[in-house]
Write a protein that binds this ligand. Structure first.
Ligand SMILES: [Zn+2]
Length: 266
């Protein structure tokens, strides 16, 4: 069955992963800008990274019939250096008109620091000024609940930000209701070691009846599985889900959200 991978860091994956994902039914991959496995020394490193995810990865994906899209920002992990963050944010507008760019992301918080929050708010301002969608990263483990609340509160302070144009990713059982009840979209990340397992993800989908939720592998340079989405789709079928319901969360939901960019044709 066809599916969309709405969150994959393909710059860290080998070309064989594209082939495996295509064989499993992947039609489109969306790549949020994030940490690259190391701290970059200057804004020039981000300029090249933005070129990589807007020019090179789409070509690598196209060899296997997969469409590639991306999101732009400086991630919270590197945003602690405020001067670097300002320089990188100045680079973003010149890339926003490129055909595969869906919006600003994945912005958010990592350690819930004051600098991270300031840079998060500046990114939200860029999105508001340029009419862009927003993709938000929430912190790991013990910082997640507090960070999610800080993020939701900060977003609510922007009168020009429509929650239906923002997805808050990496939700878990203790954060999903807060995100959805405030009108935002929610993303569930399937990781082999942390975040959600397929069984937990399916429980969350069932309790919220699949509303405004997508799932992703967030495959990157760490322990992660680029086939986590199709494997979870298989688990859904084994749990008795209809093909229509599987398609809703693996295709319709991410497509509905990303079509709001005006650049997502599926
Ligand atoms: Zn990510």
């Amino acid at each position: 069955m066809q599916y969309i991978e709405p969150h994959g860091h393909m710059v860290s994956r080998v070309t064989d992963d594209y082939e495996r994902m295509a064989i499993a039914g992947c039609e489109a991959i969306c790549e949020p800008a994030f940490w690259a496995g190391f701290d970059r020394a200057s804004a020039q490193g981000f300029y090249d990274y933005f070129r990589q995810i807007t020019e090179y990865e789409p070509k690598r994906a196209a060899r296997f019939g997969i469409r590639h899209y991306c999101w732009l920002c400086i991630n919270p992990k590197e945003a602690e250096d405020m001067q670097l963050a300002e320089e990188v944010m100045d680079l973003i507008p010149q890339f926003l008109d490129r055909p595969g760019v869906l919006g600003i992301g994945e912005i958010g918080l990592n350690k819930n620091s004051r600098n991270e929050l300031r840079i998060f708010e500046k990114h939200v301002q860029i999105a508001q000024d340029h009419g862009q969608l927003i993709l938000v990263h929430t912190p790991h483990l013990e910082d997640k609940l507090k960070g999610t609340r800080l993020i939701v509160d900060a977003l609510k302070n922007f009168s020009g930000i429509d929650p239906s144009r923002v997805i808050i990713d990496h939700v878990e059982e203790h954060t999903i209701d807060h995100v959805l009840d405030q009108g935002f979209w929610a993303g569930i990340t399937l990781y082999p070691e942390s975040k959600a397992t397929p069984a937990r993800a399916i429980d969350m989908f069932e309790s919220r009846q699949g509303e405004r939720i997508w799932m992703n592998s967030a495959c990157d340079w760490g322990v992660s599985d680029p086939l986590a989405v199709p494997k979870t789709m298989q688990s859904m079928r084994l749990r008795g889900w209809s093909d229509e319901m599987v398609r809703k969360v693996a295709w319709e939901n991410p497509a509905t959200f990303m079509r709001q960019s005006g650049k997502f044709p599926l």
